[in-house]
Every structure is written in C-alpha cells, then in structure tokens.
Design a protein around this ligand. Sequence first.
Ligand SMILES: [Zn+2]
Length: 355
Amino acid sequence: MKNIYPWQNEVWQILARDHASRGHALLLKGAKGIGKLGFAQYLAKYLLCEKPSSKSEACENCPSCRWFEQGGHPDYCLVEPEALSELSDEIKMRVRSDAEANPEVKSSNTKPKKKPSKQISVAQIRDLTDLINMSSHRGGYKIILIHPAETMNAAAANALLKNLEEPPPQTLFILVTHRPHYLLPTLCSRCRQIAMPTPDFTQAIDWLDQQGIKNPKASLAVAGYAPLAALEYNNEEYFVQYEAFIKHISTLKSFNPIFLAEEMQKSDLPTVVNWLQKWCYDLISFRLTGRIRYHLSMQTTIKALVAKIDPRQLARYLRSLIDMQRLSHHPLNHRLFLEEMLISYAMLMAPARSK
Ligand SMILES: [Zn+2]
C-alpha cells in the first residue's frame, strides 16, 4: 500500500506526528472492510522509514521502505493466523505463476495438507521473543503487527499480555481488530485504542469511482457500506453468485429450498448465511420503516414480498440466523445445514407465495 485511504487523514495526522499518542501498543478497531490493516501497514512502514517526508509520508526509496515492500524488514513482523498467511501466499503464488505462465508451479502443489489454523497460536507469540529482546537492526522502532487480533487463542493473548505489561524498549505493537469485544479486557486496557473511521457515503462512492467500479452504489450497499469489501466483491465472481442467490430466494414461485441447498453446498457457509441475514434485514426493515439498507434496487420486489408476512415471525427468523451464523463455521453437514435454513425461510415466506 502506497498511502492511506482518504477517510483516514485525520487519524493519520495524530498518529504519524505525535510520538506520545502512539504509546507502546495501539489497538486499531472498526468495521470490517474500511482499510484498518492497510493503515496499520502503512503506519509501520512510515515509522520504519529512514527518510520520511515533511508531509508525514514514507519515502519509498530508503533501504527500510524497500525491505518493507519486499516483505523482509528485519525490524518488522506481521503475525496472522496460518490460514490467512497461506491464503495471501497462495494469491501471491497464483499471480506470480500466471505472470510467468509456468505450468510446473501450478502442478507442484498437490500433496494433501493439514488444515491451516484460523487462530494465532501461543507459539507464534513466543516466536517474537528474539525480535522483542534484541535491539533493532536499523536503530529505530521494532514493530509487531497482529491481525486480526481477536484470532489469538487464550494462551497467545496471555503471552502477549506479558509483553504489554512490561513493554520492551523501542517496540511498538499494533493490534488490528473488527471484534474488540472478543479480546481480553486486560489486553485492551494496555493499548491505546483508536476507533478507525468509516467513510461517509459520498467519500466511499468517490473512492470506488476512482477505482473504476461499474456500479459503486449497489456494491457499497451490498458490502454493508465498507468500501474495501465493495471493491473485493466487485472484482470477483462474488457478485454474480450473490445476485443469483438473491434471485432464487426472492422468486418465490420457483423457489425450491432443497434444490438451492444442493446447488450452494460447496459455497462458503458463513457467506451464504450473511447474504440471507442482509436479505431478511431488508425485508423486516422495509416492513416496519419503509427503508432498505442493502438491496437498493429491489424495492418493488421487497414491497410485494413482505406485505403478507408476519413481522414477528420475520424477526424471530432473523434472530435464528445469528445462531446459524455461529454454527456455519463448523457444520456437521453443509447440505443439511443449508436445507434446514432454507426450508425455514420457505415456511416463513409461504403466505407471500399463495396469491
Ligand atoms: Zn523510506
């Protein structure tokens, strides 16, 4: 990342200029998809830069900036769950192998492997000991970025807490999270907490326009008003799949929960539950207040659907989806899980079907 996002200017001015405001540990918290990680990485790069500009920007040219961009800075460590770093390695690998069009790279990775962990382990925190205890290579800060901080398991969080209680010199910890309530309160209280801003609607649309997105308003709404998520959705098959799913569940005449469950069984379950949550949120919101949050272009369909639905039942179903969201991370059987969720939806919508 070469710069921060436009909506982060104010918080940048505070953290970049004022040494005291950073303390020895920062906790950057805020909604998902608003650029917290990018901000944290740019802050780390800027603080490590050996010739920062008077405008509080990293120079991009010194050895520090170059090492940082290449992912090999000796005074910097990004701690992530294995699953996340493998994912980014895989993406890098794919980009590289596509660029080189090298068939050997593609075929070499076929061994079955243990599932990568979605948690940050205590071993990962203990591995930081050398970095923490040694003096920095370049005479400046040593920076440890932990993302997403809520994925630290209890042992990892406690191990980190020890470091925060006796902060090592010249070391800055940056924790990034969109679920601060999942963190140990003692951990939070040791950090300087920074609420990361969400851009307002116009700012987000302007930014998405600059990124060349075709339909920024619709993408932004579907992404829950998080611009980076909107950009991600727009660039992938995601949007096509999402629209097909919404078309299925909103065309009640032909809606068949068993068929749809079979069709979606290979999809990422938490994502599918999230789609249904947003859809049902709009149904109930329109029924009660006449307003729609996520599916801006579907007002006519939503209006026709909810007229005959009991809002209390709708509210109950929406609440049950919160439990489904939790269960969706560890389902016993993908297809049964989807069938149960979609059959309940079909029953809920039955009055709208019989015209
Ligand atoms: Zn530099």
